[in-house]
Design a protein around this ligand. Structure first.
Ligand SMILES: C[C@@H](N)C(=O)N[C@H](C)C(=O)O
Ligand SMILES: [Zn+2]
Length: 234
C-alpha cells in the first residue's frame, strides 16, 4: 500500500439512525503516556484547561496496540501525537456547550440545520448506554503526526470546525501551491497508516479515528460494536 494515494470517499459519517448493538468486551483502558516511544501524548483539552480533562490520554488496549502498529508504518524520525482518546462526559458536555455558544454567536439560530452543524463536529453528550458518544468508549482517538521539525502541517489546527477539516478537503479542492501539496501528502499519510492498522476515519475531521466502537462497526459493516461507554477511568 502506498501512503501517497488519494483518500477515498468516506466510510464513516456523523450520526446514523440505526447503530449496531454493543457487545461490551470489558477490555481495559490504558494510559498512553509512556506506552511506546512512537506515541507522544499532548492532551489538548487538559492544556486548554477544560474541567475534568485528564493530563494523559487513555484508549482501549487494542486501540493502543493498533496505534503502535500505525506508528510503525511512519517514515523514520516521525511519530504519532495523540491529542485525545477516552473522554469524560463532563468534557464532552463542555465541548458541546462551547460549540453551541460559538455557533449562536456566529448568528446561527437553533433548528434542524443548527443541530446538524453542531453534531457534525461534537457528538451529543448522551447518557444513553446504547448510544454513547464515540470518545466515551475508549475506541476513538484524535491525533496527528510529528516529524523532525515538529507537527506536520495538516492544513487546519485540531478542532478547527470548518469545511477545511474534512479529511478529503485537499482531494476535493486540489492543491494550488507547494504548501497545499504537502498538506495533501500529510493527510494521506495519517489516513493510510491508520486505515492499515484497522481504524476508520470520521470524514468531517482529519484527526479523528475509531476502532471497536459503534461508528467503526457501522463503517465496517459489523453487526456489533465491542466497546460501550465508560464513565470513569482510574
Ligand atoms: C470535538 C472533536 N475533537 C471530536 O471528537 N468530535 C467528534 C465528532 C466527537 O465529539 O465524537
Ligand atoms: Zn475525536
Amino acid at each position: 500500500m502506498k501512503f501517497t494515494t488519494p483518500i477515498p470517499e468516506s466510510e464513516s459519517s456523523a450520526a446514523s439512525a440505526s447503530l449496531p448493538k454493543i457487545l461490551e468486551t470489558n477490555e481495559p483502558v490504558v494510559p498512553l503516556l509512556q506506552y511506546a516511544p512512537v506515541i507522544a501524548v499532548y492532551p489538548a483539552y487538559y492544556h486548554e484547561g477544560l474541567a475534568g480533562a485528564r493530563s494523559d490520554c487513555f484508549v482501549r488496549r487494542s486501540v493502543a496496540d493498533r496505534l503502535v502498529q500505525a506508528a510503525g508504518l511512519l517514515p523514520a524520525d516521525h511519530h504519532l501525537v495523540v491529542l485525545d482518546g477516552w473522554r469524560p462526559l463532563e468534557v464532552q458536555q463542555s465541548l458541546y456547550d462551547r460549540l453551541k455558544s460559538q455557533l449562536l454567536a456566529q448568528g446561527w439560530t437553533e433548528g434542524e440545520a443548527f443541530y446538524e452543524e453542531l453534531h457534525r463536529f461534537v457528538a451529543r453528550p448522551s447518557h444513553n448506554p446504547e448510544r454513547p458518544p464515540r470518545h466515551l468508549t475508549g475506541g476513538a482517538v484524535d491525533l496527528t503526526i510529528a516529524g523532525p521539525n515538529g507537527w506536520l502541517d495538516m492544513g487546519t489546527a485540531f478542532d478547527d470546525f470548518t469545511d477545511r477539516a474534512n479529511t478529503r478537503f485537499f482531494e476535493i479542492h486540489l492543491p494550488r501551491d507547494d504548501r497545499e501539496r504537502q498538506i495533501q501528502r500529510n493527510r494521506r499519510l495519517l489516513y493510510h497508516i491508520m486505515i492499515q492498522a484497522g481504524f476508520t476515519n470520521y470524514s468531517d475531521e482529519w484527526w479523528h479515528f475509531d476502532y471497536g466502537n459503534q461508528a467503526w462497526a457501522a463503517a465496517c459493516g459489523h453487526d456489533h460494536a465491542c466497546y460501550g461507554g465508560i464513565l470513569q477511568v482510574n
